[in-house]
Design a protein around this ligand. Sequence first.
Ligand SMILES: [Zn+2]
Length: 433
Amino acid sequence: IMAHYVRVMPHKTFRINPSVCPPYNADFDGDEMNLHALQTEEAEAEARILMDVKNNMISPKFGGPIIGLDLDQISGIYLLTHKDVVMSKEEACQLFADAGIDIDLPDKETFTGKEIFSMLLPKNISIEFKANCCKCDEKGYHECPDDGYVVIKNGVLESGRIDAKAVGAFKGKLLVKLQRICGNDVTKKLIDDYGRLGIAYLMKRGFSIGISDLDLPRDVHKLIRKEIQKAEEESHELIRQYNEGTLKILPGMTMAESLEAQILNTLASSITNVSNIVSENIRRSDIITMFEAGAKGSIINTTQMAAVVGQETVFGKRIMGGYLHRTLPHFAPNDLSPMSHGFVSSGFKDGLTPFELFWNIMNGREGLMDKSLRTRKSGYMQRRLVYALQDLKVHSDGTVRNAHNQIIQFVAGEDMVDPTKSDWGKVEWKNYL
Ligand SMILES: [Zn+2]
């Protein structure tokens, strides 16, 4: 629950700023919300100080931002800050106008995307971090080939691309830094401006995906089929060992459990290999842009669409239910092969076989049940937990006590750190010297 300022607009539907969608987990597919209009001065003052959106940007849960850019806003900023983006003064002017940003442009012929991004940034911001689009390991990322090492010095973006790791809701390191150094009002304005700038740039550039983005060269398809075949052969070898009684038994498991664990493992690692093949060979398209930027989707989604869906599970296990000793009457009894227990070796683009579709539907039904049952259960659990803990309070001596003045913790949170004033739960005081 947060407090918002009212802006009276035509029509009867209430609207919200897209940047507060992430904390509410809101979208516009039919969502409803409850709105309380405050009745007294005291209530209003309390809401203004304690509940205002801009005073709740850093989550007390994990010390990161809960509001920030989302979806296309991230894709837009990510594309804008690509190192090859250059535009004329007229284009830059039009871009800022489209984003509703009033700014004086310096007297220059051309502007890079990074310069445009930097123009809005306060001059006292300096930060370095690894961007979402960087795939380097811990050592090599300072010279990232994908321009994934962000360096901001005195409010100038010197290198790196701005993506979800910088400005995304729940992830944006730059947002936390901004909030610490410049305060809530500046951060709020920047989230608004960058969001609109991202969208404006996307509108100018164009952004679209299509089926052909998932095309893979013929020899790559062959490579993927070979990989899947290898995994299926390895599974059959495990099944053979199981039937012979020579299968390696894993600690704390029966022979049958060991077989299941090892088959699941074999198939999963082959899907990982396929994912790598796909990411190395797929054409660069806006699908790739989206998951590189951290806006939406992942390489797993892309792999499932372009190449292989993989193992479908029910209750975390291969599909076992159905008929006596088999999943469907079409299979021989006691058939333990991957394809009769929920392994989908086709991709969504090429289409599933009838069996594969059935496994997918079984898994999909479980997901549906999960979503409705678990959200209700966990919602009520949280309500009971909050009720049980509502009288706990941090006292001025740093102890946490309940309503009977009994000490629950001698040091609040056992570390005396207010996550709201931390960097992801840690005290990084050196960053603020
Ligand atoms: Zn990198």
